[in-house]
Design a protein around this ligand. Structure first.
Ligand code: FE2
Ligand code: FE2
Length: 317
């Protein structure tokens, strides 16, 4: 590194330490830019792929009210994806490149969306647990150092809290219903509990990016801190539903003021991350198919925009 670069980096860190937000045109270390492209695009892809398990249930929602709410939720996720792709683009990558990275498997998305949604109760469990875990991460991100990302997260968080409540309300209705309905709710919790805890990522001592991310205020809490916070918040909600969290080691620890909980199956986590989860292939195939079938729409939009531009040019001339 040259002396000039060292100075720039020191000034950059000083701005972060003063809690100033970093904007698209500001100088930033290459690694900061790359980390953000990776993180924001991974987040955008998760929103878009996350539409698939729930989209699958829109036609089978048990009432018009449930259908409208689920439709709105899935549309919100599309909007989240679009804001986030735009935020990633401010760092100098194109939408086409981002899409290509998802389709080729180079870019990751949250491993939770590689699990199937088998019953209607899964719509409840996903909203309650998956959106709940997402909120925990995202509230922290509203104060992340990169301005365009932080601002996108403010709006996204408002919508996520609606998602979580609609999920919890589905669970509550099922738990107050027939024995079979309650059984479905318990089964959904059994299947989604551990994958939800995995959403916070590897343990701190196995998360190589955490230290730098905390220093740059990309992250303000570590994976393990957020996971603990999620468990502490969610266990009383499960109790209120009258459901059992599928973890025999789960116990309130008076001394720590937190719940102790059992070990996550990290083999399963890495298998899913590496592309061998129950639905990895299905999800990517669905995205590629949508991309190919939507080609004529993109072409028509570009042609329309070009025609409009040339007409305005003619008028100006
Ligand atoms: Fe979302
Ligand atoms: Fe959501």
């Amino acid at each position: 590194m040259t002396q000039k670069e060292i100075n720039l980096e020191e000034q950059f860190q000083a701005r972060i330490d003063r809690d100033e937000s970093i904007e698209a045109k500001d100088w930033m270390p290459e690694k900061y830019r790359k980390t953000h492209i990776r993180q924001i695009s991974q987040h955008a892809h998760s929103e878009i792929v996350g539409m698939l398990p729930e989209g699958n249930w829109i036609t089978r929602a048990p009432s018009l009210r449930r259908k409208v709410a689920l439709l709105a939720k899935v549309q919100d996720e599309a909007g989240h994806g679009l804001y986030l792709y735009s935020a990633a683009e401010t760092l100098g990558i194109t939408r086409d490149e981002l899409t290509e990275q998802l389709h080729s498997g180079k870019a990751k998305y949250s491993s939770i969306f590689n699990y199937p949604a088998l019953t209607w109760a899964d719509m409840g469990a996903i909203g309650w647990l998956v959106d709940g875990a997402a909120i925990m991460n995202q509230v922290m991100l509203t104060r992340t150092s990169y301005g365009p990302y932080a601002r996108a997260m403010v709006r996204i968080c408002k919508e996520e809290s609606f998602h979580q409540r609609q999920g919890y309300e589905i669970m509550l209705t099922l738990c107050k219903g027939t024995a079979l309905q309650k059984e479905l709710a318990q089964d959904a919790l059994n299947r989604f509990w551990w994958p939800s805890l995995m959403m916070f990522g590897p343990k701190d001592d196995e998360s190589p990016n955490t230290e730098q991310s905390v220093k740059w205020k990309i992250k303000r809490k570590t994976n393990d801190e957020l996971r603990q916070q999620f468990v502490d918040q969610t266990v009383p909600q499960a109790e209120f539903l009258g459901l059992t969290v599928p973890d025999p080691a789960l116990k309130w620890n008076e001394e720590r003021g937190h719940y102790d909980f059992g070990d996550i199956d990290w083999d399963e986590f890495w298998q899913v991350v590496k592309g061998h989860g129950p639905c990895n292939k299905e999800r990517i195939d669905a995205r590629v198919k949508a991309w190919e079938e939507g080609e004529w729409v993109r072409d028509a939009a570009v042609t329309h925009a070009e025609k409009k531009d040339s007409r305005t040019e003619q008028k100006v001339a």
